[in-house]
Ligand binder design. Sequence first.
Ligand SMILES: Cc1cc2nc3c(=O)[nH]c(=O)nc-3n(C[C@H](O)[C@H](O)[C@H](O)COP(=O)(O)O)c2cc1C
Length: 173
Amino acid sequence: MSEVLKTIERRSSTRGYTAEKLTPAELDALITAGLQAPTATNRQELHFTVLPGDAPVLFDIQSAMGGRARPEKNFWYDAPTVIVISGEAGFRWTAVDAGIAVENIALAAEDLGLGNVILGCLKAAMDGNATGNFARTLDFPEGYTFQIAIAVGRKSAEKEPHTYDREKQVTVL
Ligand SMILES: Cc1cc2nc3c(=O)[nH]c(=O)nc-3n(C[C@H](O)[C@H](O)[C@H](O)COP(=O)(O)O)c2cc1C
């Protein structure tokens, strides 16, 4: 099996991290993987905001999530790095492109032996932030909105990849 297929097979969501920070080279590899993701018509309408796990804005977003937050853990599971992807709100493929970019980052993280978890749970808090405070703090370009985020760090918790029902989900005609 190719290295890419092995990485896809191994990837799973990590919900526990050590405090150890990513190295600059690791961070650079993750961001590069995001930038190398394809976008519809090569529009490149995504923006990547890199945050340390102790950034005050993460705690502010957590507070804005209210009842949607898990009471026992913060939404980024104390990961040392969170990458927030914003995108051009009016472009019809932005959400798809952001999904592809975040998976590129997830697979790059897996390949580097780093844990990661894709984070959508902050969406309502981000969308409901009428004054745009979070968008400003996170340096979203004008007209960009939250799409998806990902937490990355060294694993302190393990989880097996999810199982699936091929019969139910696949038709081969
Ligand atoms: C769009 C999207 C949003 C997600 N949001 C969250 C989230 O907010 N919090 C979380 O713990 N996991 C989140 N996940 C991770 C999924 O729960 C996880 O991928 C799924 O349970 C399958 O498990 P696996 O990733 O370990 O294979 C998200 C995944 C996707 C694709």
